[in-house]
Design a protein around this ligand. Structure first.
Ligand code: NAD
Length: 498
């Protein structure tokens, strides 16, 4: 029996809102409900947007130096207290503590990038574009921005957006996943401690009702969304129909193309790390190994040998892989193993038989390896989002690239080869937004931007990096003339430079 209920964070304080609806939050390694989270009504969203709108009057006009000082302080605090945050992530998401620490480190990169905002958001100046006329462009914040995030990176994905939005002078309403919501309150409190004025960052917990209220709210300027493709498409269509700037990052099905000349030990290590890290619940996880024959048998032997040494269990112990996020999701992923068998794939390693270092009630499924997966099977076509790695065998590089390009998603991909020319050709041939060459999870550093192609990103701005700065600002171009006594005269023609 649990009594704790997680409130919203509005105007610098916890706020229970008016809705009586809640959802359970689990510890996935224990299989128990640890708290309830409030599910906001549209009126609760209104309260948060009003707090952000009120704060924008001051924050939007505040000096760059003032904003930068908050970011620097936030970075110091996050560095010092990242262990606390990692424990929250592991207790609600299930990922092992070292992986939680890695997620925080990648979020910190964006904070550090945003500390450089005075340089990044600089405008430009053209002196004397015409006689006595100068033109300069400057970047202004866009207002109150909505950020809606998924369960799989409860700290890193909010940190893709918050530091840049805040450093550029916007105010934020964050709606995190209701499955692991506590880290968002923790981050908001840390920003508060770092000196962020009340109302600049608000956290509203909820489900579709809260999301719809944000998408249609007159005072929300933009929506940044990360989640599954069907919801991303809905967010993009609804948000833009309501006049908002929208970036909606969707799902993925990432392929690793392995050429016969590749170093198969490196490939096997990479496939295991990228396939089973965070129990495969990463949008950049590798879920399909495309092996160009004749290497498949050797590669599968090396991968399954490594899988035999993985320990699945409670992320607070020294395990390699934790549980899945909910029992329903665990059962859905396990259901794909039945489908694989029915569709004629070979189950090389069966995660249903895993021995676990953790509580019996946890949401466990061990690392699973499937061979000869038919590309018509839903095991191949669906984003499974679990520890299931499929091998598809092809005869040539061309067949492999065609397979990678034939899917609906275009988030991440990798090629493994020792042939520089083949790798270069792949980089140009492949229709995917983030490409690795002998790197299995090519998540760009914070000063490049993150985002896929096709059904992995709706809208034209990727997350963070230069595109993040563009997304959270709007440019104003000013043409100014300081009068010279010699000027004058009427001229109705279109302005020309002279
Ligand atoms: P999800 O789409 O179920 O949920 C994402 C957010 O949308 C959550 O805040 C949720 O509350 C909200 N939501 C859920 N259903 C909704 C509905 N019907 N209407 C409005 N809002 C709704 O995604 P998830 O299961 O939390 O996360 C996993 C998915 O996110 C995977 O598909 C993964 O690939 C994707 N993802 C993509 C990226 C990327 O950068 N492309 C990064 C991380 C995760």
């Amino acid at each position: 029996m649990t009594t704790e209920t997680l409130d919203h964070w509005i105007a610098g304080a916890t706020n229970p809102g008016t809705s009586t609806r809640t959802a359970p939050v689990h510890d996935p390694a224990l299989g128990v409900v640890t708290k309830q989270v409030r599910l906001a009504s549209a009126a609760d969203v209104d309260t948060a947007v009003a707090a952000a709108t009120a704060a924008f009057a001051d924050w939007g006009r505040s000096s760059i130096a003032r904003r930068q000082q908050v970011l620097f302080k936030f970075r110091e605090l996050l560095n010092a207290r990242s262990g606390e945050l990692a424990e929250i992530l592991t207790s609600e998401h299930g990922k092992v503590l070292s992986d939680a620490a890695g997620e925080i480190a990648r979020g910190l990169e964006v904070v550090e990038f945003a500390c450089g905002m005075p340089h990044l958001a600089k405008g430009s100046y053209s002196l004397g574009v015409s006689t006595d006329v100068d033109v300069y462009s400057l970047r202004e914040p866009i207002g109150v921005v909505g950020v809606i995030t998924p369960f799989n990176f409860p700290a890193m994905v909010p940190l893709w957006f918050l530091p840049i939005a805040i450093a550029t002078g916007n105010c934020v309403v964050l709606k995190p996943s209701e499955k692991d919501p506590s880290s968002s309150n923790w981050l908001a409190e840390l920003f508060h401690e770092a000196g962020l004025p009340a109302g600049v960052l608000n956290v509203v917990h909820g489900d579709k009702e809260a999301v719809d209220a944000l998408l249609t709210h007159d005072d929300i300027a933009s929506i940044s969304f990360v989640g599954s493709t069907p919801i991303a498409r809905y967010i993009y269509e609804t948000g833009t129909a309501h006049g908002k700037r929208v970036q909606a990052l969707g799902g993925a099905k990432n392929h690793m193309l392995v050429l016969p000349d590749a170093d198969l030990d490196l490939v096997a290590d990479s496939a295991v790390n990228a396939g089973f890290g965070s129990a495969g619940e990463r949008c950049m996880a590798i879920s399909v190994v495309v092996a160009v024959e004749p290497i498949a048998d050797d590669l599968i032997a090396k991968i399954s040998d490594r899988m035999g040494k993985l320990v699945t269990g409670d992320g607070r112990r020294s395990c390699d892989m934790g549980p899945l996020i909910t029992r329903e999701h665990r059962d859905k992923v396990a259901g794909y193993l039945d489908v694989a068998e029915a569709d004629g794939a070979t189950v090389v390693v069966d995660g249903r038989e895993v021995e676990v270092d953790g509580a019996a009630e946890g949401f466990w499924l061990g690392p699973t390896l499937l061979d000869k997966v038919p590309t018509t099977s839903t095991v191949y076509t669906d984003e499974i989002f679990g520890p299931v790695l499929s091998v598809v065998r092809v005869a040539s590089y061309e067949d492999g690239v065609e397979l990678v390009n034939s899917g609906p998603y275009g988030n991440g991909t990798a090629i493994f080869t020792n042939d520089g020319g083949a790798a270069r050709r792949f980089v140009l041939d492949v229709e995917v937004g983030m490409v690795g060459v002998n790197v299995p999870i090519p998540v760009p550093v914070a000063y490049h931007s993150f985002g896929g192609w096709k059904a992995s990103l709706f809208g034209d701005a990727k997350a963070y990096g230069p595109q993040g700065v563009d997304f959270f600002t709007r440019e104003k171009a000013v043409t100014s003339r300081w009068l010279d006594p010699s000027h004058g005269g009427i001229n109705l023609g279109f302005p020309q430079n002279s």
